[in-house]
Design a protein around this ligand. Sequence first.
Ligand code: UDP
Ligand code: MG
Length: 327
Amino acid sequence: MKKNTLTLAIPVFNEAESLEIFHQRLGKVAEQLIDQFGLTIEILYIDDGSSDGSAEIMNHFSSGRYSIKTICFSRNFGKEAALVAATECCQKGAIVFLDSDGQHPPEILPEFVRRWKEEGNDVVYAVHHKRQDHPIKQRMVGLFYRFINAGSSIEIPPNAADYKLLSPRALEALKACQERIRFFKGLSTWIGFKQSAIEYEPEERISGTTKWNMLGLLNLSSEGVISFSTAPLRATILLGVGIAIPAMLYGFWILFSSLLLGNDVSVYAALFTVTVFMGGLQLMLLGLVGEYVGHMMRELKQRPIYIIAEEHSQKAKTSEASDAFGG
Ligand code: UDP
Ligand code: MG
């Protein structure tokens, strides 16, 4: 049973305008997966504290030969928290994560399942064929991956989307990562196993705009770097050495120049510049170390990653009942 169960997990935050269309598309694909692979399918919506009536819309969806479960958070905890909830509230089996705005086309799900069932991959993930983002954002994303991969023991694939399938054992491995702050893209690579990438072209959103702003993206990126890389700390040591050695040599030169050559060296301007520069540098590096300490504090507090306010479930209909309902 476990080997043949697949949960389609969808984080939702204020997507009222897209949901009906998205669910229709997903429902069709779910039925196709049942016919093609004989799977037991659960659709799991995680409402991440929407305030636009998304939860009410989802509660009115009726199941087909697949079951539907909706869990609603007590407030907005962020997409990463919704993904964690999906891993903890889904049925035992495999899981696929996909966005509710239609940018992750459900129609390519059969290919995900084929690569899992027929090719024996444990992690199947979608990779943007080409990024449609602004060139500056593309450049920043490229830099982020170079930076994070430079100081990490794993290679996180650039351009990989959160559109991902995990086999039952890959899901169990992911659930064993018990840290509070989970950088999903990193962890799903870190667990290892046989992985396969599917190239796809992200579609336009069905409606609305992205929920990420620049600050949110910066936050996610810094959490990602801090969770997976000590490169910034190492770079700090190099920077310190790079500044200390020339400063020391300059100090020797001043001593040599004034004591042995008898030159009149004006050190005040030099001292002032060096002091201000060092002060700024030390503050910057303290801030960097503070980021790591803050990260540890959040881990230590052991607060729940999300809080569930409500849950709704609908069992799958048998084929006869589903025919009678027109499903
Ligand atoms: N989302 C969420 N919580 C949030 C922000 C977004 O659950 O705080 C959901 C959102 O409803 C969508 C998915 O995460 O299903 C991706 O969000 P979005 O489309 O805004 O991100 P982008 O595609 O621009 O990366
Ligand atoms: Mg999107």
